[in-house]
Every structure is written in structure tokens, then in C-alpha cells.
Write a protein that binds this ligand. Structure first.
Ligand SMILES: C[S@@+](CC[C@H](N)C(=O)[O-])C[C@H]1O[C@@H](n2cnc3c(N)ncnc32)[C@H](O)[C@@H]1O
Length: 422
């Protein structure tokens, strides 16, 4: 029988490569911890080196074989990723389970049993140099139009082949985790050290264990360095009421509460299930807030209140999270960017009139695409002539816009801007 970890990987690959769907957020949660870890490691390699592994497969095929069905390509990459990068997996486990899957007449493609067996056995024979051989194929094989587009936008005027290759090498490896302390009175997990350049941001020392227990007890949370940098803004006016418009899963809401613990926080989240989850997360973190499940555009139309601080972390392509979500490489082209930009503009237009005099609106997206980010600033300044850019971030982060230098910055690709009525 095929192991649950490998079965979970096959299912996700079928959804991503076959249906163009996102990798579900909790795809490995029902697995035992050891299986979940193995599945995570395999899937990461599958997404990050899918193109190069297919080149290896194509080289091993005769001309007439090249039109392989997706199922065959998936099980070959499943076997190759273990043989190349997961030294703890035995040859027979990596080879036999792929062969077993492809031989199943209901799920696999039995005609390719011999072919899968032959290619993976050959890969097992050259296992010592397999990773090197696969990695030596050109980088662009592991890219898609979506990632190429993201690289261009991220690098902007600094775009050239060398920069694009360095940035891709960085994006195509697992990201580092960053943390925030929620309960300062509780002991810190072993190996958690402060990030020297961003106050309040923590990271793990090389080799330290992941602080699962500490996180489960809500003494701390994972929050990417870019989100923390966004929240490092300085604003000298008083903030008594805050509105977080696209609030789930609650990272920014939590950050806003930590910054202004006395202010009343209202959180809007469109998806009822996510809104429920958000309520429970905030409660566990001992944060009082009003959580409303609604489309913010609709809710804002009926709203007669004004807020001192409005945070709009808008839905976007998430192109800034390619390092954390390598599945995006393969499905990003299906994203309707025009529709997202329209929604972002509608959200901004609905939110700005709800700012109190002297209030602050912060807009952010985890995307490198300028049309989802800073381009909206110009449109809003033209439409709402009483608004002006507010300089709330340090000059290195951009001042009144939040723009990161991707080659120097460790963290996700966020961009944003801040506006305030004159
Ligand atoms: C980028 S995420 C926000 C992340 C969140 N701010 C945080 O830091 O944890 C965008 C969220 O907005 C929600 N959303 C999308 N469209 C929305 C809308 N029109 N009104 C309210 N929420 C929306 C999505 O369901 C998603 O949870």
C-alpha cells in the first residue's frame, strides 16, 4: 500500500497541476507528524523543481514516449524528489511506491509501469549525484510566466539576467520563519533570538527546534518579517478606533492591537468560516475586537462611523509569497489580476471616506505587481483630492510608500502606501 504521506502529495499535485487549484492550506494536517513532515519535504521539492525533474525524465525517454500523461509525470517526480534530496528515504521506498501507484488500473496508468520502474531505478543508481544533475538544468525550467512577471516587477529598474537569477535562487528555497512575542512574561523558547534590524521581530537560531508548544499556547505567533515591518510605522496622532478591513487570519489585527492596546478594533472578513476562526484566534490571544463577517465594500456603504486608523490588507495575487507558496508558480497564470485590481480599487474607494479627520489609511498587498500595489495610490490621490501621502515608514522602507528591495530584503514581497486627509 502506498504511504499516506506520498498519497497526500499525489493528491495535491493532481489538484495543482491537473486542475490549476491552489495547494489547500491544511493539506497535510490529518497526517501523523512524521508523515506530515515527509510529505511537506517531498511536496516542496516537487513544486520547486518540477520543471527540472521533467527535463531529467524527458532526457531518459525515447522520442515516442515524450507525451506522458500527468499521472506518470507526477509519480516520476515523486520518486525523483525523494531520491535526489531526501537521503533518509530508502531507494526501494522511493521507487516501489511510485511503481505501485502507476500500476493501479483505477488511479494510475499501468502501461507506464515498466517506464516508471526503469527511470527511477536508473535515478537510484546515480543517486549520489542525482540532485546535482537535476539542479544543473537551467533555472527557467522551474519558472512559469507568472514567476517571470513577478521577477520583473520585483526588480523594477534593477532587472537584468544576473539579478533575476539571484532573486529566483532565493525565492526557490524554503523561507525562514519569523515570530512575534505575544506574552512577554512567558519564557522564550530555546533558540529564539531577536532580529538585529527589526525591533520586536524574532527568529530561530540555526538548528533550533520549531517552537510548536509556545505557539500552541498563544505565547507567540509566526509573522513574516515584511508584515512586521509594515506594522513598524510611526504615527504621532491619537488612535482610538481601528478598522481592519480584510482581517483573517488576524496577523495585522494582532499587530494593530499590540501597537494600540487601548483602541477599539473592528475586524471585517468576507468569508464566514474565516471570520469564525478569526474570532477564536483573537480570543485565544486575549484581544478584544468586534468581528463582522461581511464583504467590506457592502459593509462600508452602510457604515456611518469614522475610524482613526483603517488597515486594508487587500486580497491579491499573493505573488510576494512565492517562496512560502511555491505552488503559485504553476497556477499563478490562472489568477484574474484584473478582477483583483478592481476589487482593491473598490475597497479603497469605500474605505477612504470612513477616515476621521486626521486619520490614517494603510493599504498593503503581499504582491510584487505594481498594479495591485502602489499604482492604486495615484488613482486614489486623483479621486480623493483631500488625501495626501502620509510618511509613516522609515526612509529605507519607503517613507509614505512601502517598497522593498527584493535582493537585500529577507521576507515576503509586500508593498503598500499610507494616506491621510489634509
Ligand atoms: C491578504 S488576506 C488578509 C490577511 C490579514 N490581514 C492578516 O494579516 O492576517 C485577505 C483576506 O481578505 C478577505 N477578503 C477578500 N475579499 C474581501 C472583501 N471584499 N471584504 C472583506 N474581506 C475580504 C479574504 O477572505 C482574506 O481572508
Amino acid at each position: 500500500m502506498i504511504a499516506p504521506s506520498r498519497l497526500a502529495v499525489i493528491r495535491v499535485c493532481e489538484a495543482v497541476f491537473g486542475q490549476g487549484e491552489r495547494c489547500p492550506e491544511h493539506w497535510n494536517q490529518s497526517l501523523e507528524p512524521a508523515d506530515a513532515g515527509l510529505a511537506h519535504a517531498i511536496l516542496g521539492k516537487m513544486f520547486r523543481h518540477w520543471g527540472k525533474m521533467q527535463a531529467y525524465v524527458d532526457e531518459a525517454l525515447t522520442r515516442s514516449d515524450k507525451n506522458l500523461p500527468l499521472e506518470t509525470r507526477i509519480v516520476l517526480a515523486l520518486g525523483l524528489s525523494q531520491l535526489a534530496w531526501l537521503s533518509g528515504v530508502a531507494d526501494y521506498a522511493a521507487v516501489n511506491e511510485s511503481v505501485m501507484w502507476i500500476s493501479d488500473p483505477h488511479k494510475g496508468f499501468p502501461a507506464h509501469q515498466g517506464l516508471v520502474n526503469a527511470i527511477l531505478r536508473q535515478a537510484a543508481r546515480e543517486r549520489a549525484s542525482l540532485a546535482e544533475k537535476i539542479e544543473a538544468y537551467p533555472h527557467y525550467l522551474d519558472q512559469s510566466l507568472f514567476t517571470k512577471h513577478a521577477l520583473r516587477h520585483a526588480l523594477g529598474p534593477d532587472f537584468n539576467l544576473a539579478h533575476s537569477q539571484s532573486l529566483w535562487r532565493k525565492w526557490n528555497q524554503p523561507p525562514r520563519f519569523y515570530f512575534r512575542v505575544l506574552e512577554a512574561a512567558q519564557p522564550l523558547p530555546e533558540g529564539l533570538i531577536p532580529d538585529a534590524t527589526l525591533e520586536g521581530c524574532w527568529k530561530l537560531e540555526e538548528g533550533a527546534s520549531f517552537p510548536t508548544e509556545w505557539l500552541m499556547q498563544h505565547h507567540g505567533m509566526v509573522q513574516d518579517r515584511s508584515s512586521q515591518a509594515l506594522l513598524s510605522f510611526t504615527w504621532d496622532r491619537s488612535v482610538r478606533t481601528m478598522l481592519d478591513l480584510c482581517a483573517a487570519p488576524g496577523g495585522k489585527s494582532t499587530g494593530l492591537h499590540l501597537k494600540y492596546p487601548e483602541a477599539h478594533l473592528t475586524c471585517i472578513e468576507k468569508h464566514p468560516q474565516k471570520a469564525e476562526q478569526l474570532k477564536s484566534t483573537l480570543k485565544s490571544r486575549k484581544i478584544e475586537a468586534t468581528v463582522i463577517a461581511a464583504d467590506a465594500r457592502v459593509w462600508l456603504k452602510d457604515c456611518d462611523k469614522q475610524f482613526d486608523l483603517i488597515w486594508l490588507d487587500a486580497p491579491c495575487s499573493a505573488s510576494g509569497t512565492l517562496q512560502k507558496h511555491p505552488d503559485l508558480t504553476w497556477i499563478g497564470e490562472n489568477i484574474d489580476l484584473a478582477l483583483l485590481c478592481k476589487t482593491q480599487e473598490e475597497l479603497l474607494s469605500a474605505a477612504l471616506p470612513r477616515l476621521s479627520p486626521g486619520g490614517l489609511l494603510v493599504y498593503s498587498v503581499c504582491s510584487w505587481f505594481t498594479q495591485e500595489g502602489i499604482n492604486h495610490q495615484k488613482t486614489m490621490l486623483e479621486r480623493y483630492t483631500q488625501m495626501q501621502p502620509a510618511t509613516i515608514w522609515s526612509p529605507t522602507l519607503g517613507g509614505s510608500t512601502f517598497q522593498l528591495k527584493p535582493l537585500e530584503w529577507e521576507g515576503e514581497g509586500f508593498q503598500g502606501f499610507a494616506l491621510s486627509p489634509q
